[in-house]
Design a protein around this ligand. Structure first.
Ligand code: ZN
Length: 432
């Protein structure tokens, strides 16, 4: 047996005595002899021929290490496991170290991207993970135990619990990955998957054939880190959703009247009477209503919304168009060129509109402060998801920004019914 300095140190550290017993017939390498001299240690050979001295070799799964002579050059296909212990590069522990190294690289790459995107807080938080990965590597090389402690202020148990119950902690269920969650969550998912590979590789390296695991401490850390990335993804997803969340207003059929048309329907000098304020400041539902009559049918008690406007406009759903027998024209408010006409009847008379019936295009009202915070411009079109029992994504939603507005998605009754929108149902603006 050849005894290297590494072996000698490992055994001497256990006994720290001035005399060491080594197996009979052992050869001590020159550097090991230097160590003996520097520490003033005497060696004696074990008398028992089969070497029953208390001499332990560090355990290595899968392969038997060998210890080269000092002068022997290291073959390229071999590497050092610990100290001078040479093994093949395909050794499972070496493969595991490579995986952990790859993870560390991916992590740093992500951190640089985060910093570039102004996400410095998350980049700094991930540095805790980077340091823990380094400690895991060192603990394995030095054959020392390692504990999880806390990462981002969470214990291993807390992370496990959060990853199992994201709904409880973040108000978001277990969700499949989606490009719509954005690049940052995609990156966190990549890291989760990568550290999981590192964990599997650790299982191959440290679990013996009989199932005993020599580094369950390392495997626990890797497992919790994978949960941590999942938790960070859930947390982030919720923050993103919450940040662009809006209430939904449902527009039932209604009429905006010009003052001239109001007087024709209700009498000279007539003024609207407010019944209730609407969610958009200054807008109100009037007590007055009119009847709509088209080629095929009529709809009574259609609410008038105030205040009066320069042009009369009738807003109905597609279903209403079928009832009335008119062609539906989906338009942004005010765009009445080329739309169908209709007959309006009030208590004082009727008017025949040549045009002015629209199916109002779905739209979002935003205050400028909100628009700026979300980086959305007036006139932009976005997609919005409605979170309900019958959730739906609405595309091409026009955003209108004005200091007179407050944030709200406006759908008509057909759209709201299609997505089973209830009074407290929220929508979320998706990345576009
Ligand atoms: Zn509106």
């Amino acid at each position: 047996m050849i005894i290297s300095e590494h072996e000698l140190r490992a055994n001497w550290n256990k006994i720290k005595s001035a005399t060491m017993t080594i197996p009979q017939g052992s050869i001590v390498t020159p550097s090991a002899r230097d160590f003996l001299r520097s520490q003033g240690i005497q060696i004696q050979y074990d008398k028992v021929p089969d070497g029953k001295a208390k001499w332990e070799m560090p355990p290595v799964a899968g392969q038997t290490p060998r210890f080269p002579q000092e002068e022997e050059p290291k073959p390229e296909h071999m590497t050092h496991l610990r100290g001078k212990q040479l093994i093949f590069k395909t050794h499972p522990v070496i493969a595991w170290r490579g995986q952990l190294d790859q993870f560390a690289c991916d992590l740093v790459e992500t951190q640089t991207l985060l910093v570039k995107a102004g996400e410095t807080k998350l980049a700094a938080q991930l540095e805790e993970v980077a340091l823990l990965a380094q400690k895991v590597m060192a603990a394995e090389v030095k054959q020392e135990g390692i504990a999880f402690g806390t990462v981002l202020g969470w214990t291993a148990e807390q992370i496990r619990d959060m990853s199992h119950y994201p709904q409880k902690y973040f108000g978001t269920p277990h969700t499949a990955m989606s490009y719509q969650d954005g690049w940052l969550i995609a990156r966190l998912n990549s890291l989760r998957s990568k550290i999981r590979e590192v964990e599997l590789s650790a299982n191959r390296a440290f679990t013996a054939e009989d199932g005993t695991c020599s580094r369950s401490d390392i495997i626990l850390i890797l497992n919790r880190l994978s949960s941590l990335f999942y938790v960070l993804g859930c947390k982030r997803r919720r923050e993103q959703l919450k940040s662009k969340q809006l209430p939904i207003g449902i527009s039932n059929r209604h009429v905006h009247l010009s003052q001239a048309h109001l007087e024709k329907l209700f009498g000279t000098g007539y003024l609207l009477h407010k019944q209730k304020d609407l969610s958009q400041p200054g807008q109100f539902a009037a007590q007055e209503s009119v009847m709509l009559a088209g080629p095929k049918g009529r709809i009574e008690n259609v609410r008038i919304l105030g205040p009066v406007r320069p042009d009369t406009q009738v807003e109905v759903s597609v279903t209403d168009c079928f009832t009335l027998g008119i062609r539906p024209a989906v338009r942004d408010s005010g765009q009445i060129e080329g739309t169908s006409g209709i007959t309006l009847t009030g208590p004082a008379g009727s008017i025949e509109l040549a045009q002015g019936v629209i199916v109002a295009a779905r739209h979002i009202h935003l205050h400028p402060d909100q628009a700026e915070a979300w980086n959305i411009k007036d006139g932009q079109r976005v997609n919005a998801t409605v979170e309900s029992e019958r959730s739906a994504i609405f595309q091409d939603v026009l955003v209108r920004v004005s200091p007179h507005f407050k944030g709200e998605l406006h759908l008509d009754t057909d759209e709201a019914n299609a997505a089973l929108v209830k009074p407290d149902t929220q929508c979320v603006i998706l990345e576009v």
